[in-house]
Design a binder for this molecule. Structure first.
Ligand code: ARG
Length: 461
């Protein structure tokens, strides 16, 4: 049989393969609440502007609310023959209320309908991501507070570089996730325009009120160009972009957690809640959750590339290609939500091994820069010369297999006679971090200042 929505000019129904490639109900049923909300707002506007009768509108709204309950109760039967969520809902509405159902789609097309539903969904998801990011940032701020003065090695090239504080390292992630949060908020603001009323692409001759539906659906304003309204998926691309950047941040953190939790590093221990054992090696405690966060980033990043690639060749306005936007976004959203929750859990309840961090901080000649800086500051050497002198001290310590602070004053003075006993004050890791009090530096007092800054800024929202 031909389709009841557009079967007028079709003699027969689609081939089974056609139905299989065409149907989106398997995934776009996720949009049911947005679809029904949009339809109710649309029908109210149609009644207010006199395009349909109040009587029809009441039946439509009542029927749609019944459908909402049916879907939420799990009794609604989705049909692939009806292609997508929009036609499934509309067909059921016709079952429930008869001919009045046919008036709902006045001055509307599935093109503006799907653009609306999807935008509503993506906006809500971005609001969820914002909340999840705030939680993760809070978790890091708490950790930073506890460990503002906990010394650990800072790395470049994953080689010991200079001592830093664990609090400072945590605050680096606060900066990253706060940027993600600001990207989400920007994207929400840009997505905050209603496409409803663009109809197929050209607008409509019916005296609709797009400002009314925009307001009823919680948008700042209606979109200004009907062609763009049904062609645009920037809101989805922006969500995927910010998701990919955020996932990439989460993945770097995951990688650090994997490294830190090895017995070789031993900087942290994950709780039993976020690790697994091995079925053969009894001693093992594996950071599976962190590894999966690292891996799932590949999926999120892949979805961004997938949708960019779908969109890049599309002429204006709507093409069916755009139906492929949804699975990418849904899976990226579900994945990102899970990643954020898992990371917040891991950050909150991992155990920090301060002794192991401190020990590692002192190895690898991490205070060599402090020695060089001392030579500049106290003995007036140009930095390049100080660098050279320090290099000789490191070579000596290395040949003796000891730390810089274990060299005697005589040995140091044999390298450069301008060195005196106060040098030992800067060779300890605590003195090193304490001295780095420049704005944004690793000194505990500076870290605490940045924590106060973020707490205040996040409260402002
Ligand atoms: N299922 C479609 C989608 O997701 C709805 C829009 C269909 N519009 C059309 N003219 N075929 O994009």
């Amino acid at each position: 049989a031909s389709n009841q929505m557009w079967g007028g000019r079709f003699a027969s129904g689609p081939a089974a393969i056609m139905e299989a490639i065409n149907a989106s109900i398997g995934f776009d049923q996720k949009l049911y609440a947005q679809d029904i909300r949009g339809s109710i707002a649309h029908s109210e506007m149609l009644a207010q502007t006199g395009i349909i009768s109040t009587d029809d509108q009441k039946k439509i709204a009542h029927g749609l609310n019944t459908i909402l309950s049916e879907i939420e109760a799990g009794t609604f039967e989705f049909s692939a023959r009806l292609e997508d969520i929009h036609m499934n809902v509309e067909a059921r509405l016709a079952d429930l209320i008869g001919p009045s159902a046919g008036r709902l789609h006045t001055a509307r097309s599935r093109n503006d309908q799907v653009a609306l539903d999807f935008r509503l969904w993506v906006k809500e998801e971005m609001q969820r991501v914002a909340v999840a990011l705030e939680r993760l940032i809070e978790a890091f701020l708490d950790r930073a507070q506890q460990h503002a003065a906990t010394v650990m090695p800072g790395f470049t090239h994953l080689q010991t570089a200079q001592p830093v504080t664990f609090g400072h390292h945590c605050m680096a992630y606060v900066e990253m996730f706060a940027r993600d949060l600001s990207r989400v908020r920007d994207a929400i603001a840009r997505a905050d325009e209603s496409p409803l009323g663009a109809a197929a692409l050209a607008g409509t001759g019916f005296p609709i009120d797009r400002h009314m539906t925009a307001k009823a659906l919680g948008f700042r304003e209606p979109t200004r160009n009907s062609i763009d309204s049904v062609s645009d998926r920037d809101f989805a691309l922006e969500f995927l972009s910010l998701a990919a950047i955020c996932a990439t941040h989460l993945s770097r953190l995951a990688e650090e957690i994997v490294i830190w939790s090895t017995p070789q590093f031993g900087f942290i221990r994950l709780s039993d809640q976020f690790s697994t054992g091995s079925s053969i090696m009894p001693q093992k405690k594996n950071p599976d959750a962190a590894e999966l966060v690292r891996a799932k980033t590949g999926r999120v990043n892949g979805h961004l590339i997938a949708l960019l690639t779908v969109m890049k060749g599309l002429p204006l306005a709507y093409s069916k290609d755009m139906q492929e936007d949804k699975e990418a976004v849904f899976d990226a959203a579900e994945t990102l939500d899970l990643m954020l929750a898992a990371m917040t859990g891991m950050v909150s309840d991992m155990t920090v091994n301060e002794a192991a961090m401190k020990k590692a901080a002192g190895s690898g000649y991490s205070t060599a820069t402090d020695l060089a800086d001392w030579l500049v500051r106290e003995a007036g050497l140009p930095f390049r010369e100080a660098h050279h002198v320090t290099g000789r001290a490191v070579a000596l310590a290395e040949s003796r297999k000891v730390g810089l602070e274990k060299l005697s004053l005589d040995e140091l003075q044999a390298i450069d006679s301008r060195i005196d006993g106060s040098i030992f004050d800067v060779l300890s890791v605590n003195a090193s971090v304490k001295s780095r009090s420049s704005f944004g530096g690793t000194a505990p007092q500076e870290v605490r200042r940045q924590i106060r800054y973020w707490r205040k800024r996040l409260k402002r929202g």
